[in-house]
Structure formats: C-alpha cells, structure tokens
Write a protein that binds this ligand. Structure first.
Ligand code: ADP
Length: 396
C-alpha cells in the first residue's frame, strides 16, 4: 500500500509518498511561501528528475492540488491514479488534551482540531485546510491525524501542570503539552530495540536537536516529561526560539520597546535563540565556521545551547531517578559530533564515556558510548514521515 504523508506548516506543505511494502520513499517534496507572492513547489520523484516551479498558491488547498498534479504528472509523476493512494497521514500540531494517539479523521476529530486553533494558531488551521483539501480531492481515501502532542499525553500531572491559578487550567486547558511527539515516540522505541533495553524497565532521554529542539524523558516506553510546553517556545535554546525565559521579560520588553504581547512573542519565537545570541545564524554549521574564525558570540551561543541541554538532561535523570540510555536525533543531534561531544563531556558524573571515532559518524543508527560507559549513548536518525506512515497504516 502507498501512503501519502502531509505536513502542513504555517506557510509550507511537506509531503512524502511512501510504499509501505518496503517502506521506501516513492516521491517527496515541498511547497513553500504559501500565501505569499513567490510560492514554489519542489517535487522529487526519486528515480526521475526533480521538478521545480514557481506557482501562485494563495492557500494550502491550492498547494494540495498542486502536489496531486505533480504526483500524477506524465513526466515527473509517480502515480497513474489517486486510487493508488491507500491513505493519507496528516501531521497535526496540537491535539490538546483530547488525543493520546493517532486517529482516523471524522467530523468529530476535525472539530477538536478546530477547538485547538488557539493552542496552535499557526499550524492547526493549516493542518485542517490540508485535511479538508485532501478530503475533497480524494473523498474515498481514509485520512489519519497524527498529533505532535499525543506521545506526551502520558506525562503525570506533576510534570504538566504550571503553577498558575487553577481556573486557567480548567477554563483554557493551559498546561504543558510537548511537541515533536512523533519523533520522540519513534526514536525512543528504536533506542529500546537497538540498545537492547528492557521495554518494561528502561529509562531513556531523547535529545531531538534540530532547528526546533526538545528533550523527553521516557520511562518504560512512556513519556514522563518533555521540555516544550503549552507551545513549542518552552525549554531548550533553539535556532530562533529563546526557550525558557523569565515570563517577566515579556512585560519588561513590551514596556521598554512599546510592543504588544504578540510582538514580544514573535521576537521570542522567531528572532531569538542561537541566531540572536550569535548575531550570525540559526544554523550550527555556520556557527561552527564563525567560531573557528574567532567569532566569540558564535562560540558563546553554542556554549549556551549545550549548557541548556546538559541542564535538562540532569533534570530528567533526577525525574526518573536514573538513566539507561541517552539518544541524539534531528539535524544537530544526528550530524554535529562536536555538539554531541560537548554535551557528553558534561555528563561524566553519570559515567558517560563516548568513543571519539564512533562519534564522528553521521546520520546512521550507532552506539557511540564505549563498552565501559555506564549509560548507553546513541545516535538514532529520526524519520517523522515514516513514523506517520506506519501509524496511518496501523489504523486503517
Ligand atoms: P527542523 O526539522 O526543526 O527544521 P532539522 O532537524 O532539519 O530541523 O535540523 C536543522 C538544523 O540542523 C540546521 O539548522 C543546522 O543547525 C543543523 N544541521 C544540519 N546539518 C548539520 C551538520 N552537518 N552539522 C551541524 N549541524 C547541522
């Protein structure tokens, strides 16, 4: 069976068509700058030439129809008919407290996605448009919602409650939700398999370090804590997100700069993080190059990033009263051996010891700790699209 995976962001749509017989990607692509003047589609049919075009896309509905056209195209297409697609798996950002697992989409599911618009204002509306566009273009094909928040729904109350007046939890469901759930779920399961841990007696910390970054503490296969919160802003220092700051910064900055709360939040989400600290870039490759040329702020930005990760790891070791395995994934986690080493060098108190040669490996599943290390440290490349496709297949 072929499964189409759709990931609608605020102004983008990423997709993959996966053949579940052998879990291979048949085609993948991205529509960017949706709703803006210069929208474009890049479609990669894997065994044929890549197709790129600038096409006006006023909304996600148009983007979905262009993806379908690309998949069916005589030259760069990979399908003869849309009937070949057995199901569509949609990544949905926020399922609030309602969903702890993926679900086949019906009117009720769409109502909940709509109810969660306030919690995911940039993504949930785009996700719903993507779902409705697919429904109208493929009315007989099952659609599945895979929520970014679902895996974290097993967190205990002590981990997800914010210590603010209780009525706001009751009235508005303000609490920690966590994100990157598909990745944390997929990777933590691989850690147990690959690291030969006991699924019912295991303590795992997953470090998903990409442009967006989050950690999760996974005990016996269930998430018990995670670093992102009500929104993806909380936790680690990220590419352009500040991560944890004193909430009073919002008021202080609003008053000093005469900004609205929304404007300050925009700064904390899009103009902060290592990009702001360094003044160079949100990309760790550029930070490394700048640091090598003597740029102190670039070096300091990476130091701050690493320090925050190390502090969170320490807090999750405390939360689980131990740790068996620590795993790195996503763009930085999979590729940046220097950052991995900096983090692990601060974990010698746990008996962590890594093999320098193995730590040079990029993008493959590998144990990078030495046999003497008290904690297994590994790299597990994340594959959110495949995880979504597997969940979708399991449900239909
Ligand atoms: P997201 O999905 O949140 O956009 P990714 O997981 O794709 O993020 O990670 C992207 C980031 O990974 C880049 O911004 C960059 O900082 C980092 N990255 C990618 N490749 C490398 C590399 N070879 N070395 C160091 N960092 C890398």
């Amino acid at each position: 069976m072929k499964i189409l995976v759709m990931n609608c962001g605020s102004s983008s749509l990423k997709y993959q068509l996966i053949d579940m017989e052998n879990e291979s990607v048949i085609a993948k692509g991205i529509c960017e700058m949706i709703g803006q003047d210069t929208s474009s589609i890049k479609h990669d049919p894997i065994t044929k030439d890549v197709y790129k075009a600038e096409v006006p896309m006023p909304d996600h509905k148009k983007a979905v129809s262009l993806v379908i056209e690309a998949l069916l195209d005589e030259n760069h297409g990979v399908l003869k008919s849309m009937d070949e697609i057995g199901a569509v798996g949609h990544r949905v950002l926020h399922g609030g407290k309602f969903y702890s697992a993926s679900i086949v989409i019906n009117e009720d599911v769409k109502r909940v996605i709509r109810e969660c618009f306030d919690l995911g204002p940039l993504h949930n509306p785009a996700n719903l448009i993507g779902i409705e566009a697919c429904e109208s273009l493929m009315p007989n094909t099952p659609q599945v919602a895979v929520f970014d928040t679902a895996f974290h729904q097993t967190m205990p109350k002590k981990a997800y409650m914010y210590a603010i007046p209780y009525e706001y939890y009751e009235k508005y469901a303000i609490r920690k939700y966590g994100f990157h759930g598909t990745s944390h779920s997929y990777v933590s399961k691989r850690v147990i398999d690959f690291g030969k841990l006991d699924p019912d007696n295991s303590k795992v910390i997953v470090c998903h370090l990409g442009n967006g970054a989050s950690l999760s503490a996974v005990q016996n296969g269930k998430c018990v804590d995670t670093s992102m919160g009500l929104t993806p802003l909380e936790g680690l220092i990220m590419g352009t997100r500040s991560g944890d700051v004193d909430a009073a910064v919002v008021q202080y900055l609003a008053n000093k700069e005469n900004l609205t709360v929304d404007q300050v939040l925009n700064i904390l989400n899009k103009k902060s993080g290592v990009e702001a600290l360094s003044g160079v870039s949100s990309d760790f490759r550029k930070l490394d190059a700048a640091a090598k040329e003597g740029n102190e702020r670039a070096k300091d930005a990476v130091d701050s990033f690493v320090y925050r990760v190390v502090k969170y790891i320490g807090s999750y070791v405390a939360a689980m009263n131990g740790v068996d395995a620590i795993c790195f994934t996503a763009g930085i986690g999979e590729n940046d051996g220097k950052v991995r080493k900096m983090i692990c060098d601060s974990l010698t108190y746990l008996g962590v010891e890594i093999d320098e040669a193995k730590n040079q490996v990029r993008g493959e599943e590998i144990l990078i700790s030495t046999p003497a290390s008290k904690v297994k440290v590994m790299i597990i490349p994340t594959n959110e699209e495949l995880a979504i496709a597997r969940e979708t297949l399991a449900l239909i």
